[in-house]
Design a binder for this molecule. Structure first.
Ligand code: 13P
Length: 288
């Protein structure tokens, strides 16, 4: 069942658990993530970036594929199909393509006022079409030119201004970054998280960069109001490791081991197992 993400995240915030929002890259990812959600009876957000949509062909290909996979696997848990880090134009394209939720990432706009204005416009549009919408304050850091930042801290007053526009959930930097965390990463800023939460009330918060954050920090963040945790790199790493093991064992050169259905299976199975582990950590198991 494809739904928008607003109610499932409200329930998660109130129930002190979080939903994993897992990025899909292709058919293998989509089937594996859906299977994990069904087997654990976990509500699910499956999300797609503009780059991944381009790889798959278009946002429409992604939306049609997710819907067809939900039917083919007889998925009974609620699933939201969400745009991850969308530009203004990508938000419009996803509304058209049949997504049920969008993220407008205005944190890179030239001024905060532009972020505010465009978020306001897209909140009205998304809600008029029955979609949920995520916005962002304070960019999420990462590695650039070999230099890794510790991640920005969002301004709580700006978070309140964006929250007041009626967004359904909000991404705010609390020291988190995309990709693998460096050994000297300072950790999440719970002080900043508490300050933001005090401003935005019961609005569900989103933690980007969910790969590699120690479980105790993840669970503390959930207890303080984080209800959506974005995970991308983690599943890429387990897929790559399982595929590497298969090839290094020479299995692609035995019999018809080169058949993509054999070659991609260890990676596909690894995604299912890892997604289920993460759902346990986030507390979403049996919440569907
Ligand atoms: P990771 O790739 O670090 O898991 O981050 C995913 C993310 O935040 C997508 O928006």
């Amino acid at each position: 069942m494809l739904v928008n993400a607003a109610d499932m995240l409200k329930d998660a915030e109130a129930g002190h658990y979080a939903l994993g929002a897992f990025n899909t890259n292709n058919l293998e990812w989509t089937l594996s993530i859906l299977k994990a959600a069904e087997e654990t009876k976990s509500p699910l957000i499956i999300q797609c970036t503009g780059g991944a949509a381009k790889w798959m062909g278009s946002f429409k290909v992604c939306a049609d594929m997710v819907k067809a996979c939900i039917d083919a696997l007889n998925i009974t848990v609620p699933v939201a199909l969400h745009l991850d880090h969308g530009t203004y134009e990508q938000c419009l394209a996803c509304i058209e393509a049949g997504f049920t939720s969008i993220m407008y990432d205005g944190s890179h706009e030239e001024t905060f006022q532009i972020n505010l204005d465009r978020t306001k416009e897209l909140v009205e549009l998304a809600h008029s079409k029955g979609l949920s919408i995520e916005a962002e304050v304070g960019g999420i850091g990462g590695t650039e030119d070999g230099v890794t930042s510790n991640g920005e801290l969002a301004d709580p007053a700006q978070c309140k201004q964006i929250a007041d526009l009626g967004v359904d959930f909000l991404a705010c930097g609390i020291g988190n970054i995309h990709g693998v965390y460096p050994a000297d990463w300072a950790g999440l800023s719970f002080e900043r998280l508490a300050e933001i939460k005090a401003e935005v009330g019961d609005l569900p918060l989103v933690l980007h960069g969910g790969t590699g954050i120690p479980v105790d920090q993840i669970q503390k963040a959930i207890s303080m109001g984080v209800a959506k945790i974005n995970v991308n790199t983690d599943l890429q790493l387990v897929f790559a490791a399982a595929t590497r093991e298969y090839i290094e064992a020479g299995k692609d050169q035995q019999g018809k081991g080169y058949d993509p259905r054999k070659l991609l299976k260890p990676g596909r199975d690894a995604i299912v197992e890892r997604t289920k582990e993460l759902m346990e950590e986030f507390g979403s198991v049996n919440k569907a």
